[in-house]
Design a protein around this ligand. Structure first.
Ligand code: A3P
Length: 304
């Protein structure tokens, strides 16, 4: 089956489902492809901070941690707006009339924090020219795939994912929005040798949030007291983020995200994949992973 007909065979869930169009071989929302020139020519500022992830890797978690660090651990200051306007998704282009991500970012005063899911070769050149700091968060491919499956079910811009087996095939082939997980995590891993990129892992943050928050603060050139670090850990623990409307996406219209289908803050664990993968699927993906990441030195933990 050709790529196009495979995509067409995915049911459009609603009239809000966006079409898949490639930019430089990476599938995106058609709205992103249509606005690609504006995204690519985005003007970075030297003090911009980028938070970059493959979708469903703990982006929102990192956004809230970063904002808490920058606000000195004050949760009231982080409650000034929903996370998606405090730290906008650069390439987000919903159907009009909502503001586009790059338009929100352009209007923000410095210093700005900006989120992106772009793969390394698609980051607008201005960020490299200004040597902007980048925090990258990677999550193991199995939990990432499961999380993306449920996200497809609950988010109206995404097509019907089919059943789990069908989705896993499409995901592994990189025929999902933002493309191949393998290319993403590997591309950014290799870029970190040449740019100020702090490459973190979801599993490490889960295991020892104090250690990882201290790493982030150091990368940002900020000193935090033990008390502030503990406040940040407490505020950003999954159970608290799940009920925090400023980060759990319940402030978005249910016509965009339907939390009754699957909440945005779903499980927040390492190893939920074991509830979804067969042994054969797990071994198959291990083999692909080993092949795709061979020689990179990049390894992932799938349980703690
Ligand atoms: P699950 O679907 O596995 O629960 P993103 O923000 O990149 O879209 O990632 C969403 C995933 O991160 C979801 O994973 C979500 O539950 C998880 N997540 C969000 N906040 C978290 C937190 N504070 N701790 C752990 N996981 C979190």
């Amino acid at each position: 089956m050709s790529f196009d007909s495979e995509m067409e065979s995915l049911n459009l869930k609603s009239n809000m489902t966006l079409k898949m169009v490639e930019v430089e071989g990476v599938p995106f929302f058609n709205t992103i492809a249509e606005n690609w020139d504006s995204i690519w020519s985005f003007k970075a500022r030297p003090d911009d901070l980028i938070i970059c992830t493959y979708p469903k890797s703990g982006t929102t978690w990192m956004q809230e941690i970063v904002d808490m660090i920058q606000q000195g651990g004050d949760p009231q200051k982080c409650a000034r707006a929903p996370i998606y306007t405090r730290i906008p998704l650069l390439e987000m282009c919903p159907p009009r009339p909502r503001s586009f991500g790059f338009e929100l970012a352009e209007a923000m005063p410095s210093p700005r924090s900006i989120k992106t899911h772009l793969s390394v070769q698609l980051l607008p050149p201005s960020f490299w020219q200004h040597n902007c700091k980048i925090i990258y968060v990677a999550r193991n491919v199995k939990d990432c795939a499961v999380s993306y499956f449920y996200f497809h079910l609950m988010h109206s811009y995404f097509p019907e994912p089919g059943n789990w087996n069908q989705f896993l095939d499409i995901f592994t082939a990189g025929k999902v929005f933002w493309g191949s997980w393998f290319d993403h995590v590997r591309g950014w891993w290799e870029a970190k040798d040449h740019h100020p990129i702090l490459y973190l892992f979801y599993e490490d943050i889960k295991e020892d949030p104090v250690r990882e928050i201290c790493k982030i603060a150091q990368f940002l050139g900020l000193e935090l007291s033990e008390q502030v670090v503990n406040q940040i850990v407490q505020h950003t623990v999954f159970e608290n983020m799940k009920v925090n409307p400023w980060v759990n996406y319940t402030t978005l219209s249910p016509s965009i995200m339907d939390h009754t289908v699957s909440p945005f803050m779903r499980k927040g664990t390492v190893g939920d994949w074991k509830e979804h993968f067969t042994v054969a699927q797990s071994e198959w993906l291990d083999d692909i992973c080993a092949r795709e990441l061979e020689g990179s030195g990049l390894t992932f933990r799938t349980h703690l």
